[in-house]
Design a protein around this ligand. Structure first.
Ligand SMILES: CC(C)(COP(=O)(O)OP(=O)(O)OC[C@H]1O[C@@H](n2cnc3c(N)ncnc32)[C@H](O)[C@@H]1OP(=O)(O)O)[C@@H](O)C(=O)NCCC(=O)NCCS
Length: 168
Protein backbone atom coordinates (compact mmCIF):
# COMPACT_ATOMS: atom_id res chain seq x y z
CA UNK A 1 0.00 0.00 0.00
CA UNK A 2 1.19 3.48 -0.88
CA UNK A 3 0.10 6.70 0.81
CA UNK A 4 0.47 9.80 -1.34
CA UNK A 5 -0.95 13.33 -1.55
CA UNK A 6 -4.43 13.42 -3.09
CA UNK A 7 -4.78 14.96 -6.55
CA UNK A 8 -7.68 16.82 -8.14
CA UNK A 9 -8.49 13.88 -10.40
CA UNK A 10 -8.99 11.69 -7.29
CA UNK A 11 -11.95 13.75 -6.05
CA UNK A 12 -14.79 11.63 -7.54
CA UNK A 13 -13.19 8.53 -5.99
CA UNK A 14 -12.77 10.27 -2.63
CA UNK A 15 -16.49 10.99 -2.62
CA UNK A 16 -17.23 7.35 -3.49
CA UNK A 17 -14.91 6.18 -0.69
CA UNK A 18 -16.68 8.35 1.88
CA UNK A 19 -20.07 6.96 0.79
CA UNK A 20 -18.75 3.40 0.99
CA UNK A 21 -17.10 4.01 4.41
CA UNK A 22 -20.31 5.45 5.84
CA UNK A 23 -22.12 2.17 5.12
CA UNK A 24 -20.40 0.90 8.30
CA UNK A 25 -23.01 2.91 10.21
CA UNK A 26 -25.87 0.86 8.72
CA UNK A 27 -25.18 -1.80 11.39
CA UNK A 28 -25.99 0.68 14.21
CA UNK A 29 -29.76 1.35 14.23
CA UNK A 30 -29.47 4.68 16.10
CA UNK A 31 -26.99 6.02 13.53
CA UNK A 32 -28.06 4.09 10.43
CA UNK A 33 -29.17 7.33 8.77
CA UNK A 34 -25.51 8.32 8.49
CA UNK A 35 -25.00 5.52 5.97
CA UNK A 36 -26.96 7.67 3.51
CA UNK A 37 -25.54 10.97 4.72
CA UNK A 38 -23.99 13.77 2.73
CA UNK A 39 -20.32 13.57 1.89
CA UNK A 40 -17.72 16.33 1.60
CA UNK A 41 -18.36 18.59 -1.37
CA UNK A 42 -16.06 18.83 -4.40
CA UNK A 43 -14.99 22.35 -3.40
CA UNK A 44 -14.02 21.20 0.07
CA UNK A 45 -11.87 18.42 -1.40
CA UNK A 46 -10.24 20.92 -3.76
CA UNK A 47 -9.39 23.18 -0.84
CA UNK A 48 -7.80 20.33 1.18
CA UNK A 49 -5.79 19.28 -1.88
CA UNK A 50 -4.65 22.82 -2.68
CA UNK A 51 -3.49 23.35 0.90
CA UNK A 52 -1.53 20.05 0.76
CA UNK A 53 -3.68 18.56 3.53
CA UNK A 54 -5.24 15.54 1.81
CA UNK A 55 -3.72 12.06 1.39
CA UNK A 56 -4.89 8.81 -0.15
CA UNK A 57 -4.02 5.15 0.39
CA UNK A 58 -3.61 3.26 -2.87
CA UNK A 59 -3.14 -0.49 -3.34
CA UNK A 60 -0.70 -2.18 -5.71
CA UNK A 61 -3.34 -2.12 -8.47
CA UNK A 62 -3.65 1.66 -8.18
CA UNK A 63 -7.11 1.46 -6.54
CA UNK A 64 -7.82 4.04 -3.85
CA UNK A 65 -8.75 2.45 -0.50
CA UNK A 66 -9.11 5.46 1.76
CA UNK A 67 -8.29 9.07 2.39
CA UNK A 68 -7.61 11.53 5.18
CA UNK A 69 -8.04 15.27 4.84
CA UNK A 70 -7.34 18.03 7.29
CA UNK A 71 -6.99 21.74 7.72
CA UNK A 72 -4.43 23.85 9.41
CA UNK A 73 -5.79 25.65 12.49
CA UNK A 74 -2.97 27.70 13.98
CA UNK A 75 -0.42 25.19 15.31
CA UNK A 76 -2.90 22.30 15.00
CA UNK A 77 -3.76 19.98 12.14
CA UNK A 78 -7.50 19.36 12.41
CA UNK A 79 -8.62 16.13 10.79
CA UNK A 80 -11.76 16.84 8.85
CA UNK A 81 -12.42 13.34 7.52
CA UNK A 82 -10.89 9.87 7.60
CA UNK A 83 -12.65 7.29 5.46
CA UNK A 84 -11.73 3.80 4.32
CA UNK A 85 -13.75 1.92 1.70
CA UNK A 86 -16.03 -0.60 3.49
CA UNK A 87 -14.36 -3.70 1.97
CA UNK A 88 -10.91 -2.42 3.01
CA UNK A 89 -11.78 -1.57 6.62
CA UNK A 90 -10.07 -3.38 9.50
CA UNK A 91 -6.85 -4.01 7.55
CA UNK A 92 -4.72 -1.17 8.87
CA UNK A 93 -5.47 1.42 6.18
CA UNK A 94 -6.98 3.92 8.65
CA UNK A 95 -3.98 3.64 10.93
CA UNK A 96 -1.58 4.10 8.02
CA UNK A 97 -3.41 7.28 6.92
CA UNK A 98 -3.26 8.63 10.48
CA UNK A 99 0.49 7.87 10.51
CA UNK A 100 0.87 10.06 7.42
CA UNK A 101 -1.05 12.98 8.93
CA UNK A 102 1.05 12.72 12.10
CA UNK A 103 4.30 12.57 10.11
CA UNK A 104 3.33 15.64 8.09
CA UNK A 105 2.27 17.53 11.24
CA UNK A 106 5.66 16.74 12.81
CA UNK A 107 7.52 17.89 9.67
CA UNK A 108 5.52 21.13 9.75
CA UNK A 109 6.47 21.57 13.45
CA UNK A 110 2.82 21.60 14.54
CA UNK A 111 1.85 21.11 18.18
CA UNK A 112 -1.11 18.77 17.89
CA UNK A 113 -3.70 16.98 15.80
CA UNK A 114 -7.34 17.48 16.69
CA UNK A 115 -10.62 15.97 15.52
CA UNK A 116 -14.24 15.48 16.48
CA UNK A 117 -15.88 12.07 16.34
CA UNK A 118 -18.60 9.88 17.86
CA UNK A 119 -17.76 8.95 21.45
CA UNK A 120 -19.64 5.62 21.44
CA UNK A 121 -18.97 4.16 17.98
CA UNK A 122 -16.27 1.43 18.23
CA UNK A 123 -14.40 2.55 15.11
CA UNK A 124 -14.50 6.24 16.11
CA UNK A 125 -13.35 7.53 19.56
CA UNK A 126 -12.10 4.10 20.83
CA UNK A 127 -10.10 3.66 17.60
CA UNK A 128 -8.48 7.10 17.97
CA UNK A 129 -7.88 6.50 21.71
CA UNK A 130 -5.99 3.28 20.93
CA UNK A 131 -3.94 5.27 18.44
CA UNK A 132 -3.01 7.74 21.21
CA UNK A 133 -5.56 10.53 20.95
CA UNK A 134 -6.98 11.81 24.24
CA UNK A 135 -10.54 12.82 24.90
CA UNK A 136 -10.85 16.54 25.66
CA UNK A 137 -12.98 17.67 28.60
CA UNK A 138 -15.26 20.64 27.96
CA UNK A 139 -12.94 23.00 29.88
CA UNK A 140 -10.03 21.98 27.61
CA UNK A 141 -11.84 22.91 24.42
CA UNK A 142 -10.58 25.88 22.44
CA UNK A 143 -13.24 28.27 21.09
CA UNK A 144 -12.60 26.68 17.68
CA UNK A 145 -13.35 23.11 18.85
CA UNK A 146 -16.37 24.27 20.88
CA UNK A 147 -17.70 25.90 17.73
CA UNK A 148 -17.15 22.72 15.68
CA UNK A 149 -19.06 20.63 18.24
CA UNK A 150 -21.87 23.22 18.44
CA UNK A 151 -22.19 23.27 14.65
CA UNK A 152 -22.30 19.45 14.54
CA UNK A 153 -25.05 19.41 17.20
CA UNK A 154 -26.99 22.00 15.20
CA UNK A 155 -26.78 19.61 12.23
CA UNK A 156 -28.32 16.77 14.27
CA UNK A 157 -25.10 14.98 15.22
CA UNK A 158 -25.43 13.88 18.86
CA UNK A 159 -22.78 12.18 21.00
CA UNK A 160 -19.78 13.85 19.39
CA UNK A 161 -16.56 14.51 21.30
CA UNK A 162 -13.29 16.31 20.61
CA UNK A 163 -9.93 14.55 20.78
CA UNK A 164 -6.32 15.60 20.43
CA UNK A 165 -2.92 14.05 19.91
CA UNK A 166 -0.22 16.27 21.35
CA UNK A 167 3.07 15.98 19.47
CA UNK A 168 6.22 15.85 21.57
C1 LIG B 1 -12.66 4.69 11.09
C2 LIG B 1 -11.97 4.07 9.88
C3 LIG B 1 -11.39 5.15 9.02
C4 LIG B 1 -10.82 3.18 10.41
O1 LIG B 1 -10.10 2.69 9.29
P1 LIG B 1 -9.73 1.15 9.18
O2 LIG B 1 -8.82 0.99 8.01
O3 LIG B 1 -10.95 0.33 9.24
O4 LIG B 1 -8.93 0.97 10.54
P2 LIG B 1 -7.71 -0.02 10.79
O5 LIG B 1 -7.81 -1.26 9.98
O6 LIG B 1 -6.46 0.79 10.70
O7 LIG B 1 -8.04 -0.46 12.23
C5 LIG B 1 -7.75 0.32 13.32
C6 LIG B 1 -8.53 -0.22 14.50
O8 LIG B 1 -9.95 0.00 14.35
C7 LIG B 1 -10.64 -1.22 14.56
N1 LIG B 1 -11.80 -1.27 13.70
C8 LIG B 1 -11.85 -1.04 12.38
N2 LIG B 1 -13.10 -1.22 11.93
C9 LIG B 1 -13.84 -1.56 13.02
C10 LIG B 1 -15.21 -1.88 13.22
N3 LIG B 1 -16.08 -1.89 12.21
N4 LIG B 1 -15.63 -2.19 14.47
C11 LIG B 1 -14.77 -2.19 15.51
N5 LIG B 1 -13.47 -1.89 15.39
C12 LIG B 1 -13.02 -1.59 14.15
C13 LIG B 1 -9.63 -2.28 14.19
O9 LIG B 1 -9.93 -3.52 14.82
C14 LIG B 1 -8.32 -1.70 14.70
O10 LIG B 1 -8.17 -1.94 16.06
P3 LIG B 1 -6.75 -1.67 16.80
O11 LIG B 1 -6.66 -0.18 16.96
O12 LIG B 1 -6.88 -2.39 18.07
O13 LIG B 1 -5.70 -2.22 15.87
C15 LIG B 1 -12.94 3.19 9.05
O14 LIG B 1 -13.47 2.20 9.89
C16 LIG B 1 -14.06 3.98 8.42
O15 LIG B 1 -13.91 4.54 7.34
N6 LIG B 1 -15.24 4.03 9.09
C17 LIG B 1 -16.41 4.75 8.58
C18 LIG B 1 -16.19 6.24 8.50
C19 LIG B 1 -15.79 6.81 9.83
O16 LIG B 1 -16.39 6.54 10.86
N7 LIG B 1 -14.73 7.62 9.81
C20 LIG B 1 -14.20 8.27 10.99
C21 LIG B 1 -14.81 9.64 11.09
S1 LIG B 1 -14.29 10.46 12.59
Amino acid sequence: MLVRPARHEDVPQLMAIERSAARAFAQRPERAWLAQGEVLAVDAHRMFIETACSWVAENAQGELLGFICARLEGRALHIEELSVRLEAQGQGVGRRLLDEAVAVARRRCLQQLTLTTFADVPWNAPFYARYGFELMASEQLSPRLSAVLASERAHGLEGRCAMRLVLA
